[in-house]
Design a protein around this ligand. Structure first.
Ligand SMILES: Nc1ncnc2c1ncn2[C@@H]1O[C@H](COP(=O)(O)OP(=O)(O)OP(=O)(O)O)[C@@H](O)[C@H]1O
Length: 461
């Protein structure tokens, strides 16, 4: 890696904390060794050494996104605090190239007695913005934080969510080259989380991101490489999937021990595809507490949007098959997503689409009308209303917050102009789930578990 392309260089980095068993030991440790030396004796330590991090070597290229994973207390924050310069290393060195901003500790860098406005000014100045830049960007920072009149209250009156909003708003506006974000802190309500993730994804196009999370799905969706730390030791640094899979395996093994892997897998039972299908667990899933209950929030016409404006999306609803707008959806049941738009100019080949995103902004599923109307476009005249309806079985969703982007373009799948794209037009929240694993649950035709004699050969179904 050439030196101009390096954002972060870490060599032999370690941190040793001194642990004192009694309050007086700290004073003894300060005084006694000096006395012992004066008396020509070997000084006796009054503390224990605890290595929170040992021998970390890492080089991060500009533009890379690095995930940091590890169980609680493994040394992730210790490492990142040394990267940010808020904690002095016991050994080794950290070199950063560029402006670094962090969201690592709740309220860090804020003076609780000062107002949000003053703290914004102080923080932004510390991070290198000039007075003129702070004045110019203040309204945008306040709009990002969106905490209303609290911006002029002392931050000691803030809820933890308000702290995070303000801190994130500042780091999003300081032109950082390197961002250090603990995902556990970057949570607020669903709208704010999507806003943060949108910012992080756009930041990742130009900047370097160090991202700590316990959620390997979030790490997999965002990071190029991962550093796995356990009990202060670097276990592995490498490609995201490989390290996350190894980490998951180690977590399971730590919980339940490891066992031998079966050498020959039993043959899969043959599935009779001619049978009419339904999800055999459907009745089960419909019953509480197994049901995947999803709360749907109203279309937000104020959500951020872009496009040429030849047409504007005026509404989006999730409905049941009787066309009734739904406030609650049950995962696995049929739904209709209706998207309505007002055309302000003639559209020759309109395409309407949607994408459902999880809280990290990762697209989970989506579709558009292009292929269904290939060769027979629905021409929409100026002044007409265009309406699209997507009928599908709502996948079962893991618990969490989701948002739906809706969009209207004109042209073909590969060559079109975007007339209107609304980000986070609809939000929904999966409250309870019956999903075992993954980003979404598909309607399963059957699950068969059999015990019997192992067969030598398997014929494909
Ligand atoms: N100032 C300190 N003095 C003594 N020990 C400390 C200090 N700060 C952290 N530690 C210890 O160092 C270890 C690593 O802590 P660290 O906060 O870096 O872990 P982490 O991986 O970020 O954990 P989590 O996922 O819970 O946030 C822990 O055992 C912690 O108790």
């Amino acid at each position: 890696m050439s030196s101009e392309s390096v954002a972060l260089e870490v060599q032999g980095l370690g941190k040793c904390f001194h642990i004192y068993d009694a309050p007086g030991d700290r004073l003894r440790q300060f005084v006694m060794p000096r006395l012992s030396r004066l008396l020509g004796r070997e000084p006796k330590p009054y503390h224990r050494e605890f290595w929170a991090l040992r021998s970390l070597d890492l080089q991060v290229a500009k533009g890379e996104t690095i995930g940091i994973i590890g169980r609680n207390g493994s040394g992730k924050s210790t490492f990142l605090q040394m990267v940010c310069g808020t904690l002095a290393p016991s050994c080794g060195e950290v070199k950063t190239h560029g402006r670094i901003a962090a969201l690592l500790e709740l309220g860090a860098g804020f003076n609780p007695e000062f107002s949000g406005r003053d703290n914004v000014a102080m923080n932004a100045a510390l991070l290198g913005l000039s007075d003129a830049q702070i004045a110019e960007r203040f309204d945008s920072i306040a709009a990002f934080a969106d905490i209303g009149e609290f911006i002029d209250q002392p931050v000691k009156t803030y809820s933890s969510g308000m702290y995070v909003r303000l801190a994130f708003a500042v780091i999003a506006h300081v032109d950082a080259d390197i961002l250090v974000v603990d995902e556990a802190l970057a949570v607020g309500d669903a709208v704010f989380t999507q806003k943060c993730m949108r910012f992080l994804r756009s930041f990742m196009e130009r900047g370097t991101l160090l991202f700590v999370s316990h959620d390997t799905a979030a790490i997999k969706s965002l990071c190029d490489r991962v550093v796995w730390i356990d009990k202060g030791q670097v276990m592995q640094i490498g490609p995201t999937k490989e390290v996350c899979d190894r980490y998951m395996q180690a977590c399971y093994e730590a919980e339940q021990g490891s066992g031998p892997v079966a050498e020959t897998a039993p043959p899969a039972p043959v599935f009779d595809a001619s049978l009419p299908w339904h999800d055999q667990r459907r009745d089960f899933f419909r019953a509480e507490p197994m049901r995947n209950d999803i709360e749907v929030f109203r279309f937000n016409p104020e959500a951020p949007s872009f496009g040429l404006g030849g047409a504007r999306i005026t509404g989006a609803w999730l409905m049941d098959t009787q066309q009734r707008p739904l406030h609650w959806v049950v995962g696995g049941e049929p739904v209709v997503l209706r998207i309505q738009a007002q055309c302000h100019q003639a559209l020759q080949s309109p395409i309407v689409g949607f994408v459902v995103k999880d809280r990290t902004g990762q697209a989970v599923f989506g579709d558009n009308s292009y292929l269904s109307y290939l060769g027979q476009p629905v021409v929409c005249a100026s002044g007409q209303v265009l309406q699209a309806e997507f009928s599908f079985d709502m996948p079962r969703m893991p618990v969490g917050n989701y948002a739906i982007d809706v969009a209207l373009a004109d042209g073909s799948q590969h060559d079109h102009v975007q007339q209107h794209w609304i980000q986070d037009a609809l939000h929904f929240k999966s409250e309870s789930t019956n999903m075992a694993t993954g980003l979404l649950g598909i309607p399963m035709r059957s699950i068969v578990l059999q015990a019997g004699q192992a067969q030598q050969e398997t014929s494909p179904p």
